[in-house]
Design a protein. Structure first.
Ligand SMILES: Cc1cc2nc3c(=O)[nH]c(=O)nc-3n(C[C@H](O)[C@H](O)[C@H](O)COP(=O)(O)OP(=O)(O)OC[C@H]3O[C@@H](n4cnc5c(N)ncnc54)[C@H](O)[C@@H]3O)c2cc1C
Lengths: 338, 239
């Protein structure tokens, strides 16, 4: 009968409204990954900003629907890790876009639009200070050099993606492994997102940062992000490249104090739940490493080949990818060591 | 200057003409040929859709704002009561009754009341709660008058008192009803429950379950639930 239906919700972790359970089980213990999936909140109370996830005045405004705990990938956290299942692994570069590595993340999203798979792609851009911004792209012409490339700060991709879906779009999205897991959990819980989120690109990831902490940390070391045109992590060094070609480098080890606690319990380097994972390590400079996991991603690569927009080379140094996968599992034990 | 002189009539002719004049006057006294209606002792018979004072039924109103949007004189403002209900500023109202015609549930109803006054401009803004009861009217009429156009204008008077608030059939509802088209999308936020203007949707909590139900009899197919649902769970189906 279409006039009667029911929804089963998880057990409450603590008394009170469901947001109290999310807070007590995920946010307060510091295992929140800042993926932002909880912004599915129907009253838009949950904020995804440059600080831990919060819900101002939730005691009053939370309507106790349980959507946040249903979609949170850390509410019943079992860390994912390893290489994950895949169809093939290869290296590729886009012939038309410039990106962090081979601009394959961008190429995938734009090709998905051109193939008609999605209406909109969600991109992470940045302002002059390297604060992340989020953009909806419907056309290849909208892509610019601020939208491609890696920003080592949390971005509010999921709130934008959710809004786009609510507006009736089919969307494609690129994000860190935690975002990928958030999207997958949401797709299992709420069918709407299974139908409308057509392409999920995962990025290789070890850690991400709060922008205010990262910029202050770099400023203390005399690095002015404003002048930077590219940021990267290579061979254990955080690198800021300036317009004049100069580079500033800081060993990644020194970043330990500002690594968010939610990243420290994450073991998923290769975004094992994505349709396709894209990373830097494993392939030569100017190429992106691709772990193609789902047919949708394979079909898209075939489409790109037909269109002549990609150059594909087979060889990927699997050893180094595996090394980083294991490295992340080792440095991020769960439950965390005291 | 030319002076006009009265015609010289003979005595017989003069008496005849005077008698004729008296006859007309007596005739007018007995059966007058004026078309004036002797208001307030008589009232003109008016059609049921006469555009007079407007009445309001808050139970039928679904706060759809159509009346406020369509009003060409901007006389209607939606005011928050238990939901948003219309107020009418009779200083602006042009009695077009677009509001009545556009109301999908018959919450706004026409009356034949056209004889009303207000003390001041403030009083002319009539709030929803003041539109529910038919205003008290001092009636002195005992006749209705109807103009019948049959070659010449004829007045048809009847000894009767007309009902000023006609029974109007509410407009037919669309033969639709709200339904959970995609129950697997539901996040049990119950915004639909809160938004439904006719309280047609209910939610029951049973342990960790939420059971939602749409009361088909109450649903007016206004589609507000569909619009507010953040996950495209709801829609309309044929009744
Ligand atoms: C926080 C972070 C850590 C990473 N760590 C590693 C690593 O340890 N090893 C490794 O090999 N690769 C890592 N990567 C991935 C790598 O930096 C490149 O993003 C990836 O190789 C894709 O390059 P591309 O040229 O194909 O992408 P491009 O075509 O340049 O597109 C990059 C895409 O990433 C998106 N993006 C940028 N910043 C963010 C962000 N903060 N959050 C979400 N999306 C974003 C942009 O929207 C853009 O669509 C990391 C990426 C991020 C965001």
């Amino acid at each position: 009968m279409q006039q009667k239906w029911e929804v089963t919700r998880p057990e409450r972790y603590v008394e009170g409204k469901y947001f109290a359970s999310l807070k007590a089980k995920v946010i307060d213990p510091g295992i929140c990954s800042h993926c932002g999936t909880c912004s599915v909140c129907p009253v838009k109370g949950i904020r995804v900003e440059d600080k831990p996830i919060y819900f101002p005045n939730w005691e009053e405004e939370c309507i106790d629907c349980a959507a946040c705990v249903r979609v949170c990938p850390r509410y019943d956290y079992v860390p994912l890790n390893g290489m994950g299942e895949y169809i093939e692994i290869l290296a590729a570069k886009s012939k038309r876009f410039k990106g962090q590595d081979g601009a394959m993340a961008t190429e995938y999203l734009v090709s998905a639009i051109e193939k008609g798979l999605i209406d909109e792609a969600i991109f992470v851009g940045r302002d002059e200070d390297w604060r992340t911004t989020v953009h909806r792209v419907r056309d290849a012409d909208q892509v610019n050099t601020l939208l491609t490339g890696t920003k080592y700060s949390f971005a509010a991709v999921l709130p934008e993606m959710i809004q786009s879906v609510r507006e009736g779009n089919n969307v494609g999205v690129v994000g860190t492994p935690c975002m990928v897991s958030g999207i997958r959990k949401m797709q299992r819980e709420i069918r709407l997102f299974a139908k409308r989120v057509k392409l999920v690109i995962g990025l290789f990831c070890t850690e991400n940062f709060y922008w205010h902490q990262l910029s202050a940390f770099l400023a203390e070391r005399g690095i002015d992000l404003r002048k930077g045109i590219k940021t990267d992590i290579k061979k254990g060094k955080f690198i800021v490249e300036y317009a004049d070609g100069e580079k500033a480098e800081i060993p990644v080890k020194e970043f330990d104090p500002i690594i968010p606690s939610g990243c420290k319990v994450c073991q998923d380097f290769a975004a094992v739940e994505s349709d396709v994972s894209v990373g830097s390590v494993g392939s030569k400079a100017g190429f992106s490493t691709l772990i193609i996991r789902q047919e949708v991603a394979k079909d898209l690569l075939d489409f790109m080949k037909e269109q002549g927009t990609v150059e594909v080379i087979e060889e990927v140094k699997m050893k180094i990818v595996e090394k980083l996968i294991h490295h992340k599992m080792e440095i991020h034990p769960y439950p965390p060591k005291k | 200057m030319k002076k006009i002189k009265a015609e010289k009539l003979g005595l017989t002719e003069s008496v005849k003409r005077h008698l004729e004049a008296i006859g007309v006057v007596v005739g007018e006294v007995i059966v007058p040929s004026t078309i004036t209606i002797h208001y307030p002792r008589e009232r003109r018979k008016l059609p049921d859709n006469f555009r007079g004072l407007i009445l309001f039924d808050s139970k039928a109103c679904i706060s759809c704002f159509r009346c406020a949007h369509i009003c060409p004189a901007n006389a209607i403002v939606m005011e928050h009561r238990i939901a948003y209900f219309p107020s009418i500023d009779y200083a602006k109202c042009i009695f077009c009754h677009f509001c009545v015609d556009s109301c999908p549930t018959g919450a706004l109803r026409p009356t034949k009341i056209h004889d009303f006054v207000y003390k001041d401009m403030d009083e002319m803004v009539v709030h929803s709660e003041e539109m529910v009861e038919t205003p008290e009217i001092v009636r002195e009429d005992s006749f209705t008058v109807e103009y019948v156009f049959d070659g010449d204008v004829q007045l048809v008077k009847k000894k009767e008192k007309e009902e000023l608030v006609p029974e109007v059939k509410p407009p037919e509802r669309p033969p639709k009803v709200a339904a959970a088209l995609n129950p697997e999308n539901c996040i049990s936020c119950r915004l639909c429950v809160a938004a439904c203007p006719t309280f047609a949707i209910s939610a029951k909590e049973e342990k960790t379950k939420i059971i939602l139900e749409i009361n088909v009899d109450r649903c007016t197919a206004c589609s507000i639930c569909n619009k507010i649902c953040p996950t495209s769970t709801l829609g309309l189906v044929d009744r």
